[in-house]
Design a protein around this ligand. Sequence first.
Ligand code: NAP
Length: 284
Amino acid sequence: MQLVTLPTGETLPALGLGTWRTGESPGSQRAEVAAVRLALQMGYRVIDTAEMYGEGGAEEVVGEAVGQAVAAGELRREELFVVSKVYPHNASRAGVRAACERSLKRLRLERIDLYLLHWRGQHALGETVAGFEALKQQGLIRHWGVSNFDTDDMEELIGVEHGDRCAANQVYYALSERGIEVDLLPWLRSHRMPCMAYCPLAQGGLAGDPALANVARRHGVSPTQVALAWVLAQPGVMPIPKAVREAHLRENLAARELVLRAEDMAELDQRFPPPKRKRPLAMS
Ligand code: NAP
């Protein structure tokens, strides 16, 4: 199993589960809880969520599914790595504490494993970092990090007090969005911070790509699995594809077994060329 290593040396599985667009309507909550529970049964051990998703609804879905799995003896809490995110407008020193407590309540957890600033907002980075560090000391989070930060944001971050304790940066990265390869990804690698790749399937948009289908045919897999295996093959990168359908959950987990060959990589580079110059960070 591929792993990524946090700056502290702790390792975690390189494939996680996204939860954006879940918890948005009470009518689908049962099915979404069942999907997350099934994912846990299949072996997913990293779950990504945020206070923004369904305005707390996604955290409730995760909390319910994890609660059920733990109560049924299928999982011990320590085996799971839960990531959540604070809204930028809540990211003042005092605001992160209140937001984190609300998230913990919805997640029904005592601690969040990795707490991210969802994107940069009006609060000074030093304020947010001080708030995160206090949460760490109080045992409410284990690690903190950022999301949607480009290289200049990361430089600014490590310039503030304790900013170099950032554990990860979560950004858009997929075959069809390779902009971070110019300087952000090398920067993260040189600082030994994992890159959490969101939208690794371009929100499902890569499923019908003919070049991916070509490579997929050679391996007897689906185009989506090729797209995911390509992200997994990038050192220090951790994709967090979202899936609710059982077939998708299984396919995505099985993509870990797919080893792409040099000829596959060359074909994918031809269809999705690596960037030659810096571009603005893609966001979704
Ligand atoms: P994504 O993971 O690239 O794509 C999700 C879509 O692909 C869903 O519609 C899903 O369908 C479909 N899908 C999943 N597996 C598939 C498969 N094997 N074959 C065909 N289709 C498949 O996009 P995303 O959800 O936007 O991004 C992933 C996660 O990253 C989010 O859920 C969220 O946790 C995080 N994220 C973070 C940010 C940020 O600003 N930090 C922004 C965006 C996303 P079903 O659900 O129907 O199975």
